[in-house]
Design a protein around this ligand. Structure first.
Ligand code: FDA
Length: 302
């Protein structure tokens, strides 16, 4: 349903709606996929997942950051999250979006913010993942990762399978811990596959490549066909469980998350929290329009 996908992606990019949503707290069903609005709430969610043997990667939600003061505020919040993870002794690491830390304002300023975050996480032996966003931020994010890794080894990023150059990038960055995803944004046909089958085939190829040649692999998907393929592939190639993990988003396919953890796979849930939930939530609706029922149910039961 590409029309619906485009509609939700378009909504996700609307800054006015984003600001309005922040004022009204978690609405439209967002609370089922966002683990609260503050640190105590997210720590409780992590503890609950940890109880089931699931580790977490925490995203302090935020986008549309065009002022340095906002990026500094986001950085301080992320530093607080790192402290809280350490203090509570929960099993979690951090995911950050470079745009939230000022990438669209000033590259060096963003780098400094990230260095503080990765440095603090390094003190606690905690990994930091730089989430990948749109095409214009793709290479700058790889550059940030490379520059940070001259000082710290606890940083990695994401490979988006819809990009034609994903294979080239995964080869170039194979020595990093990488999360491999299909890709969540709308990218033009001259740089990215548009057809689901093409994306799925490339996704599998990238996962296999990194499992065989790369550092630690995070396979981030809700697609059971891909997960079943991975299970078979690691068995056939004697890839040990400590070389990879499966990741899913908070609130999605909860039964399957628990089952995979129970089966003994390293499982990590991506746990977003905060007031800035709107863009994240709209992208989730774009990926899977069936989730619209989350919205309509909420509207009709209020
Ligand atoms: P997809 O949406 O293609 O679904 C495939 C099939 O799986 C469906 O046809 C259905 O059968 C089944 N399925 C999927 N969801 C289901 C559900 N909820 N219930 C039941 N069945 C379901 N993107 C990005 O660009 N940058 C990033 O940094 C990240 N980071 C990230 C982290 C994590 C942990 C995840 C899981 C995803 C991301 N993504 C991302 C998003 C990613 O690129 C992609 O858009 C979504 O994961 C959706 O694609 P899937 O691989 O889940 O399968």
């Amino acid at each position: 349903m590409p029309v619906l996908r485009d509609f939700f992606i378009h909504l996700s990019e609307n800054q006015l709606l984003n600001s309005a949503a922040q004022r009204y707290g978690l609405k439209l069903g967002a609370q089922s996929v966002v683990a609260g609005t503050n640190i105590p709430e997210v720590i409780e969610s992590i503890k609950e997942l940890n109880r089931h043997g699931i580790s977490c990667t925490v995203d302090n939600l935020g986008e549309f950051v065009y002022e340095k003061s906002e990026a500094t505020k986001a950085k301080n919040q992320i530093l607080d999250v790192i402290e809280a993870i350490h203090e509570h002794g929960v099993d979690a690491h951090i995911s950050v979006k470079p745009s939230q830390l000022g990438l669209d304002i000033d590259y060096d300023f963003c780098f400094d913010n990230l260095m503080e975050i990765v440095g603090k996480a390094h003190e606690y032996n905690m990994h930091v993942n730089l989430d990948q966003e749109t095409l214009d931020r793709l290479q700058p994010t790889f550059d940030l990762m490379e520059k940070i890794s001259e000082t710290y080894d606890n940083v990695g990023t994401v490979i988006q399978a819809y990009f034609f150059n994903a294979k080239e990038n995964i080869e170039k960055y194979k020595d990093y811990r990488l999360r491999i995803v299909k890709g969540a944004y709308k990218e033009p046909a001259n740089v990215a596959y548009q057809d689901k089958n093409d994306i799925d085939l490339n996704f599998i190829e990238l996962i296999e490549y990194h499992l065989l040649h790369g550092k630690f692999t995070s396979i981030a998907t809700h697609d059971h066909n891909v997960i079943n393929h991975v299970k078979q592939f690691v068995k056939e190639n004697n890839i040990p469980n400590d070389k990879f993990e499966i990741q899913m988003l908070y609130g999605f396919r909860k039964e399957m998350q628990l089952e995979l953890a129970k089966e003994g796979y390293n499982f990590c849930t991506y746990v977003p929290f905060g007031n800035d939930w709107y863009g994240y939530f709209m992208r989730r609706l774009a990926e899977r329009p069936q989730n619209v029922k989350l919205v309509t149910k909420q509207v009709f039961t209020k």
